[in-house]
Design a protein around this ligand. Structure first.
Ligand SMILES: Cc1ncc(COP(=O)(O)O)c(C=O)c1O
Length: 394
């Protein structure tokens, strides 16, 4: 077996293996519609947005699907339109946008720990965290793994809290055989290039609440109900025609994309499960596998950061999603709180997302897995190598 590149061996991938490649419709398929957008001069608020929204409504089985320019702004607007006060229960183990949407609304994030197997908000801790200032729960389907929706809905009902889902990773996921998008007061998807359904930049808010949907449509249009007598401070968070068109064609690839990714993950698991210390996220229903995360346990003999750096030198680009967790980031210092989030901190220290994209061959999965094994085999030599004195600050 070759020596790991970190010890002077030849890198496994030259050029480097990217972390992701967007699965896009071909330009040729979209060409005529693109021409029609350019020749009509209608670049926003046109027929492609309408078509895109109705495709999604049908697919998700939801009353309203509102295209927005990003998931971040969709979240900001949903929280704004629900007119929340006080604090919002939220996981710290998530992408910063989830938290920033709360902060933009001048609400306080009330962090609750995540579950050590699903990596999602731990519902058994949510109820204990509720206080007199709590107005909502903002849960996340982490990496596309459906959250414990039924339990959260029950808690929200009993405590009269609004329940919102950050469903940024959710296109391609299913719960009880149905897509996400129908839960809580609203769900907000992302359709940025790292997702399974892509519009370029963009997102979608789904809701069954007519009033909320109407308010969001006004809110993403400067707060203007149509007569420029604005009802509240809004945003421009519309989804353009070109983005909507890309979404329509990308939607036609979604099912295939999710199927391929699920198959690739099964392959990864087959190869990696025999390596000591490597474990996987426990899935509730079907995941989109927007990301495929492994946990690097102590039996692996190297830390997550050692593995991360050793893989980098092999030309395997990985991501430490989500590290550092939000409650330890500079943006949250102002809260000056003492958090008790041991699971979040442990997972954030051990998680590593491996490259995955639909055009990846089975051979590449086998090779990445073999490299992870080779690094494990050389763990003692790597650990004693001064070059690899990796601290968690790297
Ligand atoms: C959990 C989560 N929420 C929100 C976002 C923000 O999405 P967008 O880039 O569409 O604003 C992301 C981005 O990937 C995310 O991972």
């Amino acid at each position: 077996m070759n020596k790991p590149a970190i010890l002077g061996g030849k890198p496994a991938f030259t050029p480097a293996l990217p972390f992701l490649r967007p699965f896009l419709p071909s330009y040729e398929v979209m060409e005529n519609d693109l021409k029609s957008i350019f020749s009509s001069g209608i670049l926003t608020k046109g027929k492609y947005l309408k078509e895109y929204e109705s495709v999604l409504k049908r697919h998700l089985g939801v009353d309203h699907a509102v295209g927005v320019s990003s998931c971040t702004l969709g979240l900001v607007m949903v929280l704004r339109c629900l007119e929340l006060k006080g604090n919002v229960i939220v996981p710290s183990f998530t992408f910063p946008s989830t938290i920033h949407a709360i902060m933009w609304n001048k609400l306080t994030p009330l962090f609750v720990d995540c579950h050590n197997e699903t990596f999602n908000l731990d519902p058994s801790l949510v109820e204990k965290a509720i206080n007199s200032e709590t107005s909502a729960i903002l849960a996340v389907h982490i990496f596309g793994n459906p959250a414990d929706v039924e339990v959260l809905e029950d808690i929200a009902r009993r405590y009269k809290l609004k329940l919102i889902f950050d469903t940024a990773h959710g296109f391609g996921s299913e719960l009880n055989g149905k897509p996400l998008g129908i839960y809580g007061c609203a769900e907000v998807f992302s359709t940025s290039p790292t997702k399974l359904l892509i519009t370029g930049e963009g997102g979608v808010v789904t809701t069954g609440d007519d009033e909320l949907a109407e308010k969001i449509r006004i809110g993403i249009e400067y707060g203007n109900p149509g007569d420029y007598d604005c009802l509240f401070a809004g945003l421009n968070a519309r989804l353009s025609e070109i983005n909507s068109l890309t979404g329509i064609y990308s939607f036609s690839l979604l099912e295939e994309n999710a199927k391929i990714r699920n198959r690739l993950v099964e392959l990864y698991k087959k190869y990696l499960s025999s390596i000591p210390g490597i474990t996987f996220q426990k899935i509730n229903g079907k995941s989109s596998y927007k990301d495929f995360a492994i946990l690097v346990g102590s039996e692996y003999g190297l830390s997550r950061d050692h593995l991360w750096r050793a893989l980098e030198s092999e030309g395997v680009i990985t991501r430490r999603y989500f590290y550092p967790p939000n409650h330890l980031q500079k943006a949250l210092k102002y809260l000056n709180s003492n958090y008790n989030l041991p699971v979040t901190e442990e997972i954030a220290e051990r998680v590593l997302c491996l490259p995955i994209y639909s055009s990846m061959s089975d051979d590449v999965i086998a090779k990445v897995s073999e490299v992870i094994y080779r690094i494990y085999e050389a763990r003692d030599e790597i650990k004693s190598n001064q070059l690899l004195a990796v601290s968690s600050q790297v």
